[in-house]
Design a protein around this ligand. Structure first.
Ligand code: NDP
Length: 339
């Protein structure tokens, strides 16, 4: 085993859009697992939109990274050494670990990944945090009933692609906004959405939505915010429910834009708008993962992954999220499992 560990740190706080200079790849020694810890070799790491928020100083729901700190996030890896955990060398685990070749973690902070259930990368996507966000955000917050029209933005991404399929399983009519013709055909042809809207092909989101959802919108799962959400608000039906999951269109803004206020539209429609954080559902994660696993195994849910090869290219994987370069879950593949 090598004794060098490549680790990404936050080189500086970005202003506006991050770029390659936001990140620095440094070399450190491979860490020794302390008592009760395991040493984990990274196989896949997850890059996620919320990480943009951790690059900002100040208050957020996720603690900000300090300049010079190692970056961290969801990782699937292989245990290479154990110092008193329940794991042994060769076990596949998931946890919140460093953007690095190797990390140490306390046993209780690692979850076992079953390689026989599905490809191990899914523990960061459809069977991991994004899948669970889609599951709870759809079923518990947006709550589409059979026959309802459900609209999801960021529809071809990790969360949106699963949210739309969960809504279909609830019997809803599903419309998704996504940023390319390829993504729209993924929604309509692979995922079974009733309609997809390529928002980069029109400025008139309201007209495009009125055409795709002539009966109005009963449940809205918002991943992006901004002008698309403004347009969806104009099409809400009475008693509509809005699940505010993410606002990626605003994440690189240094100041939040003001503009025509849309809340008046909620009055006549008696609509409910609810923000949610996936951590709040933690006691029920296992239940969600089991259900999602069954759906994936029997083909009710289809998933896609976009994989960037090589730890050194992790920043490109992250930056691509803001350019819409991913279809489904964006991952970085760092290493293969040991044979
Ligand atoms: P995605 O896989 O959806 O990747 C991000 C996608 O956002 C891109 O592919 C791009 O697709 C779209 N996008 C980027 N910029 C814009 C823009 N300006 N306007 C419209 N669309 C844009 O990411 P995730 O599925 O991981 O996350 C989706 C959302 O869910 C994020 O906002 C994230 O922060 C949020 N989230 C919230 C959680 C919670 O607990 N509340 C938990 C997990 C995620 P396109 O080509 O369509 O533009």
């Amino acid at each position: 085993m090598t004794d060098t560990n490549r680790v990404f740190t936050l080189a500086k706080r970005p202003e506006g859009k991050p770029n390659r200079d936001t990140f620095e790849l440094v070399e450190r020694d491979v860490p020794e697992p302390g008592p009760g810890e395991a040493l984990v070799r990274t196989l896949y790491l997850s890059v996620d939109p919320y990480m943009r928020d951790r690059m900002r100083a100040g208050e957020s729901y996720a603690e900000p990274w300090g300049v010079g700190d190692p970056l961290e996030g969801g990782v699937v890896g292989e245990v290479v050494a154990d110092n008193g955990t329940e794991f042994e060398a060769g076990d596949v685990v998931a946890g919140n670990l460093r953007w690095a070749d190797f990390s140490t973690a306390a046993g209780p902070d690692l979850q076992r990944v079953d390689p026989d259930l599905a490809p191990i990368s899914t523990a960061l996507g459809v069977l991991g945090m994004p899948g669970r966000t889609a599951y709870f955000g759809t079923r518990e917050v947006a709550q589409p009933d059979a026959g309802d029209t459900f609209v999801v933005t960021g529809a071809a991404g990790a969360v949106g692609s699963v949210a739309g399929q969960v809504a279909k399983l609830q019997g809803a009519r599903v419309v998704g906004f996504a940023g390319s013709a390829e993504k729209v055909s993924f929604l309509e042809d692979d995922l079974g959405f009733d309609a997809g809207i390529n928002y980069k092909e029109t400025d008139d989101y309201r007209a495009a939505l009125a055409e795709a959802a002539p009966g109005g919108v009963d449940a809205y799962f918002d991943n992006v915010g901004g002008p698309i959400t403004d347009a969806v608000f104009t099409q809400l039906n009475v008693d509509a429910r809005v699940a505010v999951c993410g606002q990626i269109s605003q994440y690189n803004a240094e100041e939040l834009p003001t503009g025509p206020r849309k809340l008046g539209q909620l009055i006549q429609k008696r609509a409910t708008v609810e923000g949610f954080l996936i951590q709040d559902f933690a006691p029920r994660f296992e239940q969600a993962t089991r259900q999602l696993g069954r759906w994936v195994q029997n083909g009710d849910i289809t998933y896609r992954e976009t994989v960037t090869e090589g730890l050194e290219n992790a920043p490109e994987g992250f930056l691509g999220l803001f350019e819409g370069e991913n279809i489904g879950k964006q991952l970085v593949k760092v290493a293969d499992r040991e044979e």
